[in-house]
Design a protein around this ligand. Structure first.
Ligand code: CAA
Length: 382
């Protein structure tokens, strides 16, 4: 057993860290104030291969795998959480689903565009009344002569309105529950596809979250991924990787907050000593780094196991639960270390706290992760 990254991945991590500090971090405060979909910087990320990390080289990706995805999403998220979300989503959801479940023709058709960053991919599972209870979605896919007609509304779609390709879960058999849901690819520009205004969110303003409306959208049968009725299981299987990437994002945001607090505690004095000399500040910093390292171990283990081809439902849920809760603790503690300064926009820690909050919600809330873990405990017979 080793706790070091392979040397080539460590080198890539350092390279991407420098890129993220120089090219992404300087955009973060302005994107928080005036959010726009960061197309230019995403293009730069694509040039480094960051938008096709888990897609095999045969389909235009770098095929580096899930551990690399986790390591690199952390680096980008430490610079800006919105970029981290967009990277996590396009890699971990639409591309992952097509790699695992798409036909050869579908992979050839869509993956190269997504992996190269020419197209951005989004994932449409949740609906306004069906977030945690994903089986309760109502978007309907009715069979018609030459394909399907999709009708319904998808909620909280990261990249909604900006993305070029939407992976959509819809009900094909209303009587069949989880086995009555199927997956479809809908390209932007398809008649009947439209978008709501971007949600006004607490944080991560530039990841642009919108409702996706499907008003009698016609897709040919060749846009259905896998067989009818496999969509829910495909979505769950895909979220296993998605959740690892959100755990990695939590690590990145928390690391940025910890580093800001550590620097502040080193530079500022109170009661004739540096802040770091006061246990009241040093102890929270010690807790922050300890919890961060613990969450990273769980995240990397889940990712490494996925690369070994193992099912990681429980590992991914544990990593996301622990890492996202950790990010809430660390970003809050960072504000406390900075005191009044931490509550202002003169420092980035208040943004880190707002950005981190949603990691406990999207791609399955902390409560859903606990449900998944509790069920897997008995399933695995441990
Ligand atoms: N891998 C493979 N199959 C799985 C699976 C997994 N991880 N999880 C469940 N399944 C299978 C089950 O084995 C079952 O199959 P059978 O019919 O053969 O038994 C089937 O799926 C149904 O599973 P459950 O009975 O467990 O279904 P449930 O209704 O009890 O719900 C749940 C399970 C875990 C609560 C699920 O609904 C869930 O994860 N909810 C949260 C949804 C979520 O994470 N949404 C995030 C959306 S993405 C997003 O955030 C947007 C964005 O842009 C970032």
């Amino acid at each position: 057993m080793t706790f070091e990254l392979p040397s080539d991945l460590e080198a890539l991590r350092r390279h991407v860290r420098t890129f993220a500090r120089e090219r992404i971090a300087p955009l973060a405060a302005e994107l928080d104030r005036n959010p726009t979909f960061p197309r230019d910087s995403l293009r730069e990320m694509a040039e480094l291969g960051l938008l096709g990390v888990t897609t095999p080289e045969a389909y235009g990706g770098t095929g580096l795998g899930t551990l690399a995805l986790a390591v690199l999403v952390e680096e980008i998220s430490a610079a800006d959480a919105s970029h981290g979300t967009l990277m996590a989503v396009t890699n971990g959801l639409p591309q992952k689903l097509l790699v695992a479940h798409g036909s050869e023709e579908q992979k050839q058709r869509w993956l190269p565009q997504l992996a190269s960053g020419e197209w951005f991919g989004a994932f449409c599972l949740s609906e306004a009344h069906a977030g945690s209870d994903a089986v309760a979605i109502r978007t309907r896919a009715e069979r018609i002569e030459d394909g399907y007609r999709l009708k319904g509304n998808k909620a909280w779609v990261s990249g909604g309105g900006e993305a070029d390709l939407y992976v959509v879960m819809a009900v094909t058999d209303p009587q069949a529950g989880a086995r009555g849901i199927s997956t479809f690819v809908v390209e932007n520009g398809t008649p009947g596809l439209s978008f709501g205004a971007p949600e006004e969110k607490m944080g991560q303003h530039a990841s642009i979250t919108s409702t996706v409306h499907l008003d009698d959208v016609h897709v040919p049968e060749s846009h259905r991924v896998g067989r009818e009725g496999e969509g829910f299981i495909q979505a769950m299987d895909t979220l296993d990787v998605g959740r690892i990437s959100i755990a990695a994002q939590s690590l990145g945001i928390a690391r940025a907050a910890y580093e800001a607090a550590r620097t502040y505690a080193d530079e500022r004095e109170a009661f004739a000593q540096r802040l770091r000399s006061h246990q009241g500040v040093a102890f929270p910093l010690a807790d922050m780094i300890s919890r961060l390292e613990a969450a990273r171990l769980l995240t990397w283990r889940a990712a490494a196991r996925h690369d070994e081809g193992r099912r990681v439902t429980m590992d991914a849920a544990m990593a996301k639960l622990v890492a996202s809760e950790m990010a809430g603790f660390v970003t809050d503690a960072a504000i406390q270390v900075l005191g009044g300064a931490g509550y202002t926009k003169d420092y980035p820690v208040e943004r880190y706290h707002r950005d981190a909050r949603v990691t406990r919600i999207y791609e399955g809330t902390s409560e859903i992760q606990r449900i998944v873990i509790a069920r897997q405990m008995y399933r695995d017979g441990d």
